[in-house]
Structures are given as C-alpha cells and as structure tokens.
Design a protein around this ligand. Structure first.
Ligand SMILES: *Cc1c(COP(=O)(O)O)cnc(C)c1O
Length: 234
C-alpha cells in the first residue's frame, strides 16, 4: 500500500475512533474488535488512544500479540468461543475472557490459573433467548452453577456477556439487553463472595447504543471502526 493511501486510512480510522469515543458515556469501556485486522492497523488504533483489544481466535491473536509486544499497556480480551483444550493459551494471552460459557470450562480455567498464578477477569456468556448459532449459559443452568462457580477462586468473575440472536428488531434487542442487566443485578444481590456483576459486556457495531441504554459497561466494536470484514469471518 502506498504511503499516501495508508495516511488516508490512518486519518479516517483516527476520526472514527474519536467520534465514537465522544459518543460513549465515559464509564463505558470501548473494546476494539480486531479480528482480521492486521497489526499495523492495530497500531494506528493504539496511537488514537485505544488500549482494549478484542480477538476471537487464539492463534490469530498470538501472531499479532507477538508483533505488538512493545505496546505494554494494552489489555487483550478474548471474546470468541473457547475450547477447553485451548484454555491454557487463552490464559497466557488474554487478561479478560468474555466467553466463558460452561462450568467445565470455568473449572478448567480456574485450575490452570491457579497453577500459572494468574487471576484472569471473567465474563459469563449467557443466552437470553434460544440461539442455535451462539454458545452461552441458559439462565436456569447458570443459576444452578453459581455455587460451583463461586468456588473457582482463581477466577475474577466480573459480570455477564451476551449477544442477541440475529434478526431482532430494536425493541426486542433492547429487551434482551435489559434482561441481561436484570440478571446481573439479581445475581449480584445474592451476595456471592467471589462472583461480582459490575460489568456488562454487550453491544456490537449494530446495537451498541441500545446496549448502553440497558447499562452496558463494555462495548465490543469491530466493523464500525475498521470497516467490513470478509464474509466468512463473523
Ligand atoms: C466480531 C465480534 C464483535 C464485533 O462485531 P461488529 O459487529 O463488527 O462490531 C463483537 N463481539 C463478538 C463476540 C464478536 O465476535
């Protein structure tokens, strides 16, 4: 790419970051979702002030993290589905895991975090509505698993993460986010010693304003910052 074209892209990415940041309440953490985005573009986002980056694949993230190892104050967030056999890598590479979606995975992460002397930040991914395309706890199962989760002392449970099913209208989407918010408050009020529900990781490019209305504390934005991804990478 020519320098002038790269400069042009730099400029527009910076502007988008500034504009979106200025529209978010100061208490909402902006996670820039950089799946498929190359390391040199991530550097531009960093220069524009982004410190939280979200990736959904362990291997893709590892390559970019190696290229960006000089950016010391970056926080990496794993937002994609995590298989138990990749739990160790996930812990080594990410300070936050938003996609913990079953008890077995949580217990494995807890065991490994203990061995590695890490205290990862965890969001529990939940499904408010049935969705065959998404993983996540169904609410009754999560409520049943809270006792066992609370015993995972190496994990810092920070809150909930959710993604509404595709095809909902605005009102239905808002309803999903509101229900996630109520569930977090409900769990918080149960007074678990090790499960805290301060964070709500919800809202993507198409719905983050609704998520913020419902109390999101972390929004995960990709397309609106970096442009469309190729269609096979959701
Ligand atoms: C890709 C992805 C995002 C970002 O989606 P956009 O619509 O591009 O903003 C957010 N969260 C998760 C879990 C993702 O996989």
């Amino acid at each position: 790419m020519s320098n002038s074209k790269r400069d042009f892209l730099d400029e527009s990415l910076r502007e988008r970051i500034t504009t979106i940041r200025s529209q978010l309440p100061p208490s909402v953490r902006l996670i820039a979702v950089t799946k498929t985005v190359p390391a040199d573009i991530i550097r531009i986002a960093y220069a524009a002030g982004i410190r939280d980056f979200g990736e959904n694949r362990i291997q893709e993230a590892a390559t970019k993290q190696a290229e960006l190892h000089d950016l010391l104050d970056v926080t990496w967030h794993l937002i994609g589905h995590l298989q138990t056999n990749k739990a160790k890598k996930a812990l080594e590479q990410f300070q936050w895991i938003h996609s913990v979606d079953n008890l077995k995975l949580a217990q494995r992460l807890n065991q490994l975090a203990g061995e590695l002397n890490l205290q990862p930040n965890i969001c529990l991914q939940i499904k408010i509505l049935p969705d065959p395309n998404k993983s996540g706890w169904e609410i009754p199962q999560l409520l049943e698993d809270l006792f066992a989760l609370n015993q995972c002392k190496s994990l810092q449970f920070q809150g909930l993460m959710t993604i509404p099913p595709l095809g909902l209208n605005e009102l239905q989407t808002l309803e999903v986010f509101n229900r996630a918010s109520e569930l977090a408050a409900d769990i918080q009020s149960q007074g678990w010693s090790n499960i805290h529900m301060q964070q709500l990781s919800m809202g993507m490019s198409g719905d983050y304003q609704l998520a913020i209305k419902a109390g999101a504390t972390m929004v995960r934005l990709g397309t609106i910052l970096f442009g469309e991804r190729s269609p096979q990478v959701k």
